[in-house]
Design a protein around this ligand. Structure first.
Ligand code: DSN
Length: 435
């Protein structure tokens, strides 16, 4: 970062501090990961200079299919970025078996917005998972565009199992006749049965949409059922388990392809971020390699090992465990006297462990305080940690909980965390060069 260091020492200092935070801390935020140097290089490349409104293809009048030989941009000089976007699209189609892919959404939220606009209209009814039960803001929260523009009906998880109750979802669908049924979650530790959702959607003649942002890497590796065969339209981010740059993507059946393209551009976005699309293309190449499958298997194995070790340490987990890359610790209600999610998040931070507070189903605390902590294994697995380290991490989390008000003790744990992290170096050359 020699140019940043010279041009802007203040930004440089913060970036340097962030590098060291990522290097010295245990990153357990379930939606975060650490990208390869190739992905990072693309995200910081000359492609940031290029305007490329439009697409690297046009729809052929003859065949009705996309044709990469036809110029589909509103700017000249796009011949090289065209190739990059084509590579990203074709690789994503191959990974997930999708009929059509749009790699231009700047984020998961924008992917969701464009997806909704492609298939339904403002005022239509959406049936989706409630945020406090593991859903996402853009799945209909009143403060999100989704809640403002659409009529939202939410399903929740079962009070007994803390898992999806497909009978309840079906009943709500029959009662409210939604135009669109949406599944996918930010904090749901269990496998989602897309076939059941499809059957419910068919029964009420609804569009079926899946937001697979959290599990996309697992899906790519065949470790979670693929929603593509069942859903009309699927959205994802590329930076979570998929381990690419921060961004979004839409995958859909061919019959929705033109509408999706039109809603992304010019519907809700202007120029695509070509440097990020290059980084997505590289991420997809990595995802097609056998080593990616091994990585995802280890993510799942580590999550299972961490969940077991947490339970052995006396923690209660939402739904009693995990099938995927994440788990939710239920810290119990205020009356039990333990820390809230907010307090625990702060204590973990002081110990060099990064996670986020999260509501648990039927939470009695406010969302900003919350009674849960969400934990995921994608980032620590990228660093090379395995089951043995998961046991050590569970021990750290237990120590933090037992000492959440004791800053001295938390500082002692932080030293142990740093020692563990030093055995699994992250961006070692960057750390060395910038010290
Ligand atoms: N998807 C959220 C998360 O899981 O952290 C962020 O939008």
């Amino acid at each position: 970062m020699k140019f940043i260091k010279q041009a802007d020492p203040e930004v440089y200092a913060s970036m340097q501090n962030e590098l060291m935070r990522q290097s010295n801390n245990l990153e357990l935020i379930a939606s975060e990961n650490m990208v390869s140097r190739a992905v990072m290089e693309a995200a910081g490349s000359v492609l940031t200079n290029k305007y490329a409104e439009g697409y690297p293809y046009r729809w052929s009048k003859k065949t009705g299919k996309i044709n990469y030989k036809l110029y589909g941009r509103y700017y000249g000089g796009c011949e090289y970025v065209d190739k990059v976007e084509e590579l990203a699209i074709e690789r994503a189609k191959k990974i997930f078996g999708a009929e059509h892919v749009n790699v231009q959404p700047h984020s998961g939220s924008q992917a969701n917005m464009a997806a909704f606009f492609s298939v339904i209209k403002p005022g239509d009814t959406i049936l989706s998972l409630e945020l406090s039960h593991g859903g996402h803001l853009t799945h209909g929260h009143p403060l999100s565009f989704s809640g403002e523009l659409f009529n939202i009906v939410h399903y929740q998880v079962s009070k007994e199992t803390e898992m999806f109750d497909y009978d309840q979802i079906r009943e709500l669908a029959l009662e409210h006749k939604p135009k669109l049924i949406l599944t996918g979650a930010s904090a749901y530790p269990r496998t989602i049965d897309f076939k059941k959702f499809r059957e419910i959607a068919d029964e009420v003649d609804a569009i079926f949409m899946v937001d697979m942002a959290h599990i996309a890497g697992l899906v790519a590796a065949g470790l979670h059922p693929n929603p593509i065969p069942y859903a009309d339209i699927v959205t994802t981010t590329t930076h979570k388990t998929l381990r690419g740059p921060r961004g979004g993507m839409i995958l859909c059946k061919e019959k929705y392809a033109k509408d999706v393209d039109r809603e992304v551009f010019p519907g809700i976005q202007g120029g695509p971020l070509m440097h990020i699309i290059a980084a997505k293309a590289i991420c997809f190449k990595e995802a097609l390699d056998d080593s990616f499958k091994e990585y995802q298997q280890q993510v799942v194995n580590n999550a299972a090992a961490l969940a077991n070790a947490l339970k052995e340490n006396g923690f209660k987990l939402v739904s009693d465990g995990t099938d995927n890359h994440l788990m939710l610790i239920d810290l119990g209600p205020e009356s039990e006297g333990g820390p809230s999610g907010k307090k625990m998040e702060g204590a973990l931070d002081k110990a060099g462990i990064t996670a986020n507070k999260n509501t648990v189903p039927f939470d009695t605390r406010k969302p900003f305080v919350a009674s849960g902590i969400r934990i995921g294994t994608p980032a620590v697995t990228t660093r090379g940690m395995k089951e043995n380290e998961m046991k050590i991490i569970a021990g750290f989390i237990k120590e933090v909980k037992d000492n959440f008000n004791n800053d001295e003790k938390l500082a002692e744990i932080k030293v142990k965390v740093k020692e563990l992290c030093s055995k699994f170096p992250l961006y070692a050359d960057l750390v060395k060069n910038n010290r």
